[in-house]
Design a protein around this ligand. Structure first.
Ligand code: HEM
Length: 481
């Protein structure tokens, strides 16, 4: 039964609720259709649990910005909550522990930007590995999935653990695969089944694998923490683990919110949240760049002009590259990487667009609906960097650009992700030309749904550029790390 003045929605069935009305392989278009029928704020039963789905910019802002605190909780009883035990940041309840861990993460990541080796240097170091692999594949077509996953994961590893792994390292390979698979399970159909039908949770279904894999990565992470304890110098952090250990000591008191169990979940949060997201966005970017050669060439022209003889790109250069900036934002818009964000939950009785929403209601922000909202974009259904350019060709960011969500729970890795996307795309576009393989068939842009949505597998054609900036002199020198 829907509570009084609850948002309207389709009639639920016993046990399953409205679950059978969704194509679990790709629920977005079904949710959009339901929104057309019932309104921008409508309800839906996941099993016996009522959820409110929010579509469109205006209600999204009312919920996540104007009434941000009311909507800032995370739901209990989901696979993701069970994996993390509600610790760390992503699935933590809205409260002191979440707040302090979030603040700590933002502060330490910012300080790494100022430390001995800046965040930018760490990212550029990783890019040199990607570049040399692409160089070895000059003239060939490769599957970019593993390469970008490795690179994104290694950037996070350097920040968290202080060292990068060889892409061939067996544990690293296992970890990257586990993360990609876990992400598919956790918010794919199996995740939804786990979340809505508790009776099935003890059966040997794929979500058991997600739980085992998560625990394997956690154990390994705790092993790295143990090594850090032996080699660290208090007050001289090399990475986030050292910072966290310093913080535990600083707060050395009963009931401290910082302990090793929290640390493990916190580290895994950053590892999981920072790998698939960035790597899937990169894969979408290259899919569109290959199939829109005019956009690729215009970016390369701008990059060549702005960087000139400079050895490497820096994040500051973005201010002089309006077209490339527009392309990157447009790629993020169409990538629609977290289409349903991370689920929220109301922490008190509240109202939205005149409807009453009780405390504890599951909230699903349909970010996808805003990134494609017809009234908000010049070209909502195309890949067109002009969505981010004004009549003077200057870069502008529309209010509806919310791939990182909005409000107090918005992505805390936004700064890092934007730096990674810019430096990786600019460096690779400067040095390589990317082409759609002759035998690649018709490009299929339909994404594969998941917590983090990804493009369908494709092959990336790579050729070294022979023009200025890429002729073996400028911009081709290898970094020495
Ligand atoms: C293109 C890349 C990325 C995208 C599109 C993205 C998007 C998002 C979105 C939509 C959320 C949910 C916000 C909400 O619940 O309202 C989120 C949360 C989060 N993201 Fe990201 N993210 C990206 C990269 C990263 C990176 C690189 C990191 C870490 C280093 C990161 C760490 C987190 C964390 C910890 C949260 C939970 C925040 C909280 O609950 O307070 N993300 N992200």
């Amino acid at each position: 039964r829907r509570p009084k003045n609850f948002p309207p929605g389709p009639r639920p069935f016993p046990i399953f609720g409205n679950l059978l009305q969704l194509n679990l392989e790709n629920p977005i278009s079904d949710l959009n259709k339901l929104s057309e029928r019932y309104g921008k704020v409508f309800s839906f039963f996941f099993g016996g649990r009522p959820a409110v789905i929010i579509s469109g910019l205006q209600p999204m802002k009312e919920a996540l910005v104007t009434k941000s605190v009311d909507f800032a909780g995370r739901p209990n009883g989901l696979l993701l909550t069970h994996l993390t035990q509600g610790k760390g940041v992503i699935m933590a309840d809205y409260g002191a522990s979440w707040r302090e861990h979030r603040r700590f993460a933002l502060m330490t990541m910012k300080n790494f930007g100022l430390g001995k080796q800046s965040m930018e240097e760490r990212i550029l170091g990783e890019i040199s590995h990607v570049s040399s692999i692409l160089e070895r594949n000059h003239g060939k077509c490769i599957d970019p999935q593993t390469l970008f996953h490795n690179a994104a994961c290694d950037i996070i590893c350097v920040i968290l653990f202080g060292h990068r792994y060889d892409y061939e390292d067996s544990f690293f390979q296992a970890m990257v695969t586990m993360m990609a698979e876990n992400s598919k399970i956790a918010n794919g159909p199996w995740g939804m089944i786990y979340d809505t039908l508790p009776l099935l949770r003890s059966l040997p279904l794929p979500f058991q694998k997600a739980i085992n894999d998560y625990n394997t990565v956690k154990l390994h992470t705790l092993g790295i923490v143990e090594q850090h304890k032996k080699t660290r110098v208090p007050g001289e952090p090399r990475d986030i683990i050292d910072c966290y250990l310093d913080e535990i000591e600083k707060r050395n008191q009963n009931g401290s919110l910082f302990d090793e169990d929290q640390m493990a979940s916190f580290l895994l949060d950053l590892l999981f949240a920072g790998t698939d997201t960035t790597s899937n966005t990169l894969r979408t970017s290259f899919l569109y760049l290959m199939t829109h050669p005019e956009v690729q060439e215009r970016c390369q022209k701008e990059i060549d002009e702005v960087l000139g003889e400079k050895l490497e790109a820096s994040f500051e250069d973005r201010h002089r590259m309006p077209y490339t900036q527009a392309m990157i934002h447009e790629a993020q818009r169409v990538a629609n990487t977290l289409p349903l964000s991370v689920f929220h939950c109301t922490i008190k009785d509240t109202e939205l667009m005149g409807y009453k929403i009780p405390k504890g209601t599951l909230i699903i922000p349909n970010l996808s609906s805003v990134l494609n909202e017809e009234s908000q974009w010049k070209f909502p259904h195309d890949f067109n960097p002009s969505n981010f350019l004004n009549d003077e060709g200057e870069f502008v960011k529309p209010e509806a650009f919310i791939p990182f969500s909005v409000g107090p729970r918005m992505c805390l890795g936004e700064g890092l992700a934007r730096m990674e996307l810019f430096l990786i795309l600019v460096t690779l576009l400067r040095r390589f030309h990317f082409f759609w393989p002759e035998d690649g068939g018709v490009p299929d842009y339909t994404p594969v749904f998941g917590v983090t949505q990804a493009p369908k597998p494709y092959r990336l054609g790579v050729r070294l550029r022979g023009r200025q900036g890429c002729d073996g002199t400028v911009g081709t020198k290898q970094r020495v790390n």
